[in-house]
Design a protein around this ligand. Structure first.
Ligand code: AMP
Length: 216
């Protein structure tokens, strides 16, 4: 099955995506992570990408398509994909459909995590990612401790776009460009709304039940 995790920045797509991967043996495709990798690897293109990300805007569809080609064509990943942060506009949603059809796959469901803006800000401004193991923590809600994290605290990192000004722009971009895609998936009966304001495990219970119902 292929799943889209949908929702505003800070909705918990990354956290829930990691839990789905562990429980259902799927493969998470985060275009944000792919872009951050590209920034580290490729100085020229990386600088261009970073300046767009830091403004809270969307990176061009061409760059995103190039990053995804290898993933769509990888047979090991057929029907095992969870998309986190993709598609981000209607063109990307159409491109995703075309690419999946080419490899005889389809989207099984779209899980939309609904969260109020006030909570989004707190989640994003407190977010820390370990650059060594990839685990995500939050200074306010789930701080990294010696019990839940074995790496040195020096690896805990804040994203350059996790500041108040960029978050406000990212949220505007979400409302204007990304949210309109929901109708596209609603018309295809693929949309499931999830209360993303609950505790991490409660949200996952809801998600697990939906995925389990698709498997039967
Ligand atoms: P994320 O890690 O999903 O929060 O994405 C961080 C930033 O990367 C976004 O604010 C965008 O600037 C860029 N980005 C991530 N995914 C996409 C995408 N599918 N299309 C365009 N830009 C993206």
């Amino acid at each position: 099955m292929n799943i889209i995790l949908f929702g505003p920045p800070g909705a918990g797509k990354g956290t829930q995506g990691d839990k789905i991967v562990k429980n259902f043996n799927l493969y998470k495709v985060s275009t944000g992570d792919l872009l951050r990798e590209e920034i580290k690897k490729n100085i020229n293109l990386g600088n261009k990408i970073k300046s767009i990300i830091d403004k809270g805007l969307l990176v061009s569809d061409n760059i995103i398509n190039d990053l995804l080609i290898k993933i769509f064509s990888d047979k090991k990943l057929y029907n095992r994909l969870i998309f986190d942060g993709y598609p981000r506009n209607l063109e990307q949603a159409r491109n995703l459909d075309t690419c999946l059809k080419k490899y005889k796959q389809k989207i099984s469901c779209v899980l939309c995590l609904n969260v109020e803006k006030k909570l989004i800000l707190k989640r994003i401004l407190g977010r820390q990612t370990c650059i060594n193991c990839g685990l995500i923590f939050n200074e306010y809600f789930m701080p990294a401790t010696s019990k839940n994290h074995s790496c040195d605290p020096k690896f805990l990192n804040k994203r350059s776009d996790d500041n108040e000004k960029t978050v406000t722009n990212r949220f505007e971009t979400y409302l204007n460009k990304t949210l309109p895609i929901l109708d596209f998936y609603k018309e295809q009966n693929l949309l499931h709304h999830i209360n993303g304001m609950l505790e991490i495990d409660q949200i996952f219970d809801e998600i697990r039940a939906i995925i389990a119902s698709l498997e039967t």
